[in-house]
Design a protein around this ligand. Structure first.
Ligand SMILES: NC(=O)c1ccc[n+]([C@@H]2O[C@H](COP(=O)([O-])OP(=O)(O)OC[C@H]3O[C@@H](n4cnc5c(N)ncnc54)[C@H](O)[C@@H]3O)[C@@H](O)[C@H]2O)c1
Length: 432
């Protein structure tokens, strides 16, 4: 059976031959969808979330897990075995994502690597003509957000970012309630993630023989291997991640920005640091960031010493405090707490599975814009990077909405979460 990608390649070759240029016209794409609805996916980064995404997509109609790619042979084998367990043929296996991107059979990729790799793989995938599921936060640092949007604007892939709350009914309803005005004037929003967790201390050691540690580090600064710096725990080091500020901020702050329909704060200030942890991390174990918008304030809080959520909420959430009532939303439900004098019947939430993965496939077929599109998720990710830049620089940041950049950014350009120096041979193409 012809794959969808083969059909499109043939169609574009015909178009090219007729002097119509190489870009696909919508009718050819529509024909290709009619001819073959199957979407071949390649997974790059076969850790926890990458494999979870592949599993979710494989449960949906018309998906073939065509290839898997990882710089750790054990993760590669595991992902490949899971594809076979789910009744599909053994996928192709790659160590180097550039080889997977050359594979003409692959329609779309999942970027499931740690954050420090997202931008380079994303831009290369745009250039290779793949549609993209990219995990959140979209990037390791602020400048990469701009480079990724540029590449997406130029090559126009369908892009879904992994902020799957956007495709959950109860989050959508919570956003509608906020936007309906039912809460009255909202002065304060809060978003948080709080944990009770210590990652311990590890001594640097030789990496396992199955892992290419140098490739895993890629554009990040060279450092000695230890399990704490690698799988899963990389998020607690600025070299590779941005701690809960970006890890969970992009989920919860995203909901606040969507509901409040604003993405340009006036100022950003952060307080915190490593206050109580005695483990290996170099990112704040305690952070409070205040974003001053023209008419309201957003407070972000993360901590690691106590997992009790804010205002009766669970360990993560987003909260809207208005003159008539308060709305709290998390991954399980939303709650509306009216002011005592109000006679409103509090709306109740019903839990339904996120449709984010189906939405991605639908958009690949229709060439529509997915729920977590690259432009709006670049904004959310930028907002989270600003929280980390404020703590790294110790400054109050002033945001220039016109330039979509920190005003006087020369004073913070040394901050790793603003931009990084790429370790050779890796380079960021700003206009990829
Ligand atoms: N949307 C969500 O709810 C959600 C939840 C958890 C994690 N995430 C995101 O998913 C991404 C992965 O997180 P994780 O927890 O699965 O991390 P992980 O450490 O479990 O997995 C990352 C995998 O990428 C591989 N890798 C590293 N560099 C690579 C390269 N150049 N090419 C191919 N593979 C490479 C690693 O070897 C590892 O197998 C992160 O961006 C994270 O923020 C999203």
């Amino acid at each position: 059976m012809q794959t969808r990608r083969h059909f499109i390649n043939q169609a574009s070759a015909v178009a090219g031959g007729l002097g119509l240029g190489l870009s696909l016209d919508a009718s050819l794409l529509a024909q290709s969808r009619g001819a073959n609805n199957r979407i071949s996916i390649g997974l790059i980064g076969c850790g926890n979330q990458g494999r979870y995404n592949l599993e979710k997509l494989m449960k949906l109609d018309g998906v073939r897990a065509a290839a898997v790619c990882d710089v750790d042979e054990t993760h590669l084998q595991k992902a490949s075995a899971e594809v076979v367990e789910r009744g599909q043929p053994t996928p192709k296996r790659y160590k180097d994502f550039r080889r997977l991107l050359e594979d003409k059979d692959i329609d779309a990729i999942i970027i499931g690597t740690p954050d420090h790799w997202h931008a380079l793989i994303f831009i290369a995938a745009c250039q290779a003509g793949k549609d993209i599921w990219c995990e959140k936060p979209i990037s390791h640092n602020l400048i990469e957000c701009k480079a990724m949007v540029n590449a997406a604007m130029r090559h126009k892939p369908v892009v879904q970012i992994g902020t799957w709350q956007r495709s959950m009914k109860h989050f959508q309803e919570a956003i509608r309630i906020v936007q309906s005005g039912m809460l009255g004037k909202i002065n304060i929003c809060r978003a948080w993630m709080v944990l009770s967790r210590d990652i311990g201390r590890e001594t640097p050691q030789a990496p396992p023989a199955t892992l290419d540690w140098d490739f895993w580090l890629g554009p990040a600064a060279k450092e000695a291997y230890s399990p704490n710096r690698c799988h899963d725990n990389w998020r607690w080091f600025f070299n590779t991640g941005g701690s809960l500020m970006t890890d969970w901020g992009v989920h919860m702050i995203d909901i606040v920005l969507l509901a409040m329909r604003e993405t340009d704060p006036l100022t950003i200030t952060s307080q915190g640091g490593i206050i109580s942890s005695r483990d290996d991390r170099d990112t704040p174990d305690t952070l409070q960031t205040t974003y001053r918008f023209p008419n309201w304030i957003l407070n972000w809080e993360h901590r690691f010493n106590n997992s009790r959520g804010l205002d009766g909420g669970i360990e993560h959430g987003a909260e809207f405090i208005g003159e008539h009532g308060t709305l709290i939303v998390d991954r399980n439900r939303y709650q509306y707490i009216p002011q005592p004098k109000d006679g409103d019947t509090p709306p109740e939430s019903k839990w339904e599975e996120s449709t984010h993965w189906q939405n991605f496939l639908d958009c690949i077929r229709s060439r529509g814009t997915p729920a977590s599109d690259i432009v709006s998720m670049a904004k959310t990710t930028t907002i989270c990077h600003l929280g980390n830049i404020a703590i790294q620089s110790g400054n109050t940041l002033h945001w220039d909405a016109q330039k979509q950049d920190v005003a006087n950014h020369g004073s913070i350009s040394h901050c790793l979460m603003y931009q990084r120096e790429y370790r050779k041979p890796w380079k960021l193409e700003m206009h990829g």
